[in-house]
Design a protein around this ligand. Sequence first.
Ligand code: N01
Length: 528
Amino acid sequence: MNTYDVVIVGAGFSGLAMLNRVRESGLSARVIEAGSNVGGTWFWNRYPGARTDSECYYYCLSFNKELVAEWTWSERYPGQPEMQRYLEFVADRADLRKDITFSTRVTAMEYRDEGWDVSLDSGEQLRSRYVATGLGFLTDPHVPDFPGLDTFAGDLHLTCRWPAEGVDLRGKRVGVIGTGATGVQAIPVIAQEAAEVVVFQRTPNYVVPAQNRPMDPDEIADLKARHYEILAKARAHSFAMPFDAGHGAAMAVDEDERQRIFSDGWARGGFRFLFETFDDLILDPAANEAAAEFIRSRIREIVHDPATAELLSPRGYPYSGKRPPAGHDYYEAYNRDNVRLVDVSAKGAPIQEITPTGLRTADASYELDVLVLATGFDAVTGALTAIDIRGRDGITLKEKWQDGPLTFLGTTTAGFPNLFMITGPLSPFANLPVCIEKNVEWIGAALDHAAGRVVEATEEAEQDWARQTREAVEPTLLTEGEGVHTWFLGANIPGKARGVNVWFGGANNYFRICDENADQGFPGLTLR
Ligand code: N01
């Protein structure tokens, strides 16, 4: 049996950064990756239009100065092929591939004799002192239980399992279910190719245009020169983006000024609208509604058909109550002759069944050649509980978390010694590469501190972290998305425990807490 100091699960941003870090400590490691290449989320999500929602120069890894110096981005928001090439570059430049086993899944892990037995779907068994998971927040696909789904005789595709060779949509009638961040990116691009696109929308989103553009060589040179200064700024920001503060409270300025600032935010694009307009959009209901109404007014301006514009306009939940998508001519797509929007909400005509030739709602039938499911993920916990992980007392992680996840700092959980999770449940949902590198830093330091001993979070520490997580989100409007199936509340999966699955107390505060914890010798962890 092959034996390692650390087995790492996943070769996306997290797994690559973790492998590099454990090598620095002189530990032996093996990465197990389900895909046939590195990339993680960027390996699987190849759907048309897939690209980052964060700007390239802070959606990247910083652990190695050469990575920063030698890689050049082409667009403000790189597309999936560029992200895939980037992560391959990282793996090659840091010489990581030789420790990665591809096209292999971890099926089970059992804690025994102060280490982990790791079972792979290849039949191989590994033995490891420690395990670090780098599974991502949004990994395990959610396929709704539509009656008749398996009878569909056309082509059925999940956005997060899009074939590498692509799908020929020319001349096809394409149905898309889902208008989250994925659907919002995919729909305008699919519409450029397909004969007809029918979008089945249950809940409209607040979509702000990303404002993509090519990167200018002078700008690239400047960003590279200031990379670590920019990283420090990102680490000081609540969502780990190197943004400036907004203009204070939205309702403290007059209506004209408010509209001017919102217009400016709209022109800056994407998350800058949320974070660089006003500082209280996720705190003050009136401020939030002002932003929401601004977005609705833009939808009415862009979309020619008033009935379609109204259907696209979110109401009844706050802006950011669902993770706001970034658009690339999203609303403009509904002005095309070949795009139709169908309301499948409870107020409209819900989906009844998938038929061999298409889809039937409560009031109509649609003939389709291709059905695209952009229906999201069993987020945060799904990829972890999909593995049969058995801890110290034989209890599985799934059993432990049946009423919601419990972790200490999102990285460890009591009863599962020597197991670390990179961006595990109750860690920040923010700009993920920055969060990942901070998690990797803390886990690397914890491994050094443990120096081969058994390390485990205490139940008191994780109860305290659960309390802090609940208290952190209380002043915000972010918990008001349950009725609109928000994934960060577990509300998109029927039967899943409800509650905030992530830390919304500010990524910057989280980083400070982790740094202090490490400086103080890791209180909250026991060593034996
Ligand atoms: O998934 P989602 P996603 N009947 O869960 C609909 C990240 N991301 O893959 O809103 C009908 O947001 C569902 O409807 P409703 C980002 O963090 C990042 O789009 O639940 N419809 C919704 O419209 C994002 O938040 C990037 O009512 C059903 C959609 O399917 C997260 O991933 C790009 C249904 C699912 O939306 C997830 O986004 C893309 C049903 N039974 C994603 N079930 C970038 O940063 C579900 N839906 C680039």
